[in-house]
Design a protein around this ligand. Structure first.
Ligand code: HEC
Ligand code: HEC
Ligand code: HEC
Ligand code: HEC
Ligand code: HEC
Length: 395
């Protein structure tokens, strides 16, 4: 364990919400030591259904969770953009990526088996790997189930009595941000200009939302729903922000404020958001020369050896960004927030790969698919047409 990791651990211990009750044994030591160990053999008495790590099998009894998870990005983490890169990686390099994208040892084994047959690119051959960040990666170790305090009773510790899959060990550790931090927080020794590329848990720690007791789970798993909606979901982003338009006879000003995002908006370097205001003519056509924009993004570049930060204009909780234009001779303006959730992948990662990968290769086809998805993920929020006040009344 590096010094930085020890420090992070101490930090986390210092900050944890309510102390666990006496029955709460917590997660076993090494629960998140990556790469995860193989589960080993399931108890002989178990049915195939109980022994299976396939989310479909879990869903036979936990249908609601399967349904929610299926639509989430966690379920789609073994994605074309990932596989297109893995195909040219060694198994060791591949494992580094799988730790977060398909964390079970059984998933790495399934992908490597498909790769050896020259079928690594085919979803039908990838077996459990295709399930991405699946049920077992978060809930199953050595075939034992782990979960949060029991709904209703808040009981922790091992469940009693005869239940499928030998019951479950319940612990409040499932409700802590550190549970997510395994994959959503890089260590402090990987900082670029003081901040690692993924710094979500640290950002959360500094936030007023953390002080008010809101965790990652509060916002991203309300009522324990397994949806994990984030920047790819317009409604989630809209709910986190407030846009205000203020106008008088001379100018129009739009201000965007981060109200309910428990970390930087956006937290990663990959999305980009742009606040726009532009005057429009009598036919509703934009007059591009009047457009004012402000970029909300942490921009980084890799120079071949090191990452450098170029700029960071993301909004921390409570912070605002604004644009202003003078009406001039115009009477109407259009304002909106443009969100590009996968900007960095589209502009940097995929465009580079599309230049480098051999034409017609399976990897290139996958990256082209990922790039098309990235381009299609762009959307607008808070779009509206604003009229210049005061003119009609002839004041
Ligand atoms: C044959 C039905 C069945 C299958 C298959 C099954 N479970 Fe369960 N699961 C249960 C039951 C019943 C409980 C309640 C156990 C108890 O209270 O002791 C439970 C409890 C749980 C809990 C704790 C929820 C709570 O009640 O607090 C988790 C987490 C869990 N299962 C995960 C999984 C995962 C992950 C899989 C697939 C790898 C899975 N289960 C497969 C029936 C099943
Ligand atoms: C095993 C690693 C892992 C764990 C643990 C994990 N995540 Fe994720 N998460 C990922 C990966 C990988 C993605 C991206 C999937 C993709 O798009 O390929 C992701 C995506 C997300 C997204 C969607 C982001 C977007 O771009 O819209 C949210 C929200 C999220 N995770 C929240 C959480 C929360 C909250 C927790 C803790 C309860 C958590 N995650 C635990 C690996 C993990
Ligand atoms: C520490 C956890 C972690 C590791 C390790 C990791 N990723 Fe990710 N990755 C994430 C998270 C979280 C996201 C989602 C954040 C976002 O929206 O970009 C993501 C998103 C992606 C995406 C864009 C979404 C998608 O699935 O198409 C690609 C491509 C990707 N990762 C590839 C890789 C590759 C290749 C590696 C190994 C070199 C890797 N990742 C290693 C956590 C990780
Ligand atoms: C990225 C990690 C992650 C993945 C993947 C995941 N879960 Fe969970 N699950 C959690 C967390 C965290 C909680 C507790 C959330 C809370 O307490 O707010 C939880 C809670 C649960 C519960 C208890 C629900 C309740 O109402 O008490 C069940 C059952 C469960 N998960 C089953 C599953 C099944 C089945 C799958 C796959 C279809 C799955 N989980 C995938 C992290 C995960
Ligand atoms: C107060 C509510 C709140 C809390 C607490 C919170 N989030 Fe978010 N999160 C949001 C909102 C709203 C968005 C959409 C806006 C955005 O992308 O920043 C979001 C977006 C995300 C994304 C999408 C990627 C990106 O670049 O923004 C990820 C990943 C994520 N959150 C993970 C986490 C994790 C991990 C934690 C805990 C350390 C957490 N969130 C805590 C509200 C919250």
């Amino acid at each position: 364990m590096t010094v930085a990791r020890v420090l992070i651990l101490l930090f986390s211990l210092a900050l944890l919400p309510p102390p666990a009750d006496a029955g709460d044994v917590g997660l076993p030591k090494g629960y998140w030591d990556q790469p995860l160990k193989p589960q080993g053999r399931a108890p002989q008495a178990w049915s195939d259904l109980e022994a299976s790590l396939d989310p479909q099998s879990c869903g036979a009894c936990h249908a609601d969770k399967l349904e929610e998870w299926r639509g989430s990005l966690h379920a789609k983490a073994f994605s074309p953009g990932l596989i297109g890169q893995l195909l040219s990686f060694s198994p060791q390099e591949t494992q580094d990526c799988l730790n977060c994208h398909a964390p079970l040892a059984e998933q790495a084994a399934a992908f490597e088996a498909a790769r050896r047959q020259g079928k690594g690119h085919l979803a039908a051959s990838q077996g459990l790997a295709a399930a991405g960040n699946s049920c077992g990666g978060c809930h199953v170790r050595g075939h034992k189930r782990f979960g949060p305090p029991q709904r209703g009773t808040a009981a922790t510790g091992p469940s009693l009595g005869e239940s499928p899959h030998g019951g479950v060990t319940r612990t409040a550790d499932f409700e802590r941000p550190e549970f997510c931090g395994t994959c959503h927080q890089f260590s402090a020794d990987q900082a670029i200009n003081g901040k690692p590329l993924e710094n979500t848990v640290e950002e959360w720690r500094q936030s007023p939302q953390a002080k008010a007791g809101q965790t990652c789970q509060t916002c991203h798993m309300p009522d324990r729903k397994h949806l994990w909606r984030g920047i790819h979901d317009p409604a989630t982003v809209e709910a986190g922000l407030e846009a205000k338009v203020v106008t008088d006879r001379d100018r129009i000003r739009v201000t965007l404020t981060s109200r309910a995002v428990g970390h930087a908006f956006p937290t990663y370097v990959t999305p980009k958001a742009i606040l726009h205001a532009v005057l429009i003519d009598g036919r509703g056509q934009a007059r591009p020369e009047t457009e004012a924009t402000v970029l909300i993004q942490r921009r980084v570049a890799f120079d071949g050896t090191d990452w450098r930060e170029l700029s960071d204009t993301r909004l921390l909780p409570g912070q605002s960004a604004g644009v202003e234009i003078a009406w001039g001779d115009a009477t109407q303006a259009r304002v909106w927030l443009e969100v590009q959730p996968d900007d960095f992948y589209h502009v940097e990662t995929y465009s580079q790969l599309l230049r480098d990968l051999p034409p017609k290769s399976a990897a290139r086809r996958l990256i082209a698919e990922a790039d098309a998805r990235a381009a299609a993920s762009v959307y607008s929020l808070f779009a509206q047409v604003v009229s210049r006040p005061g003119l009609k009344t002839g004041r």
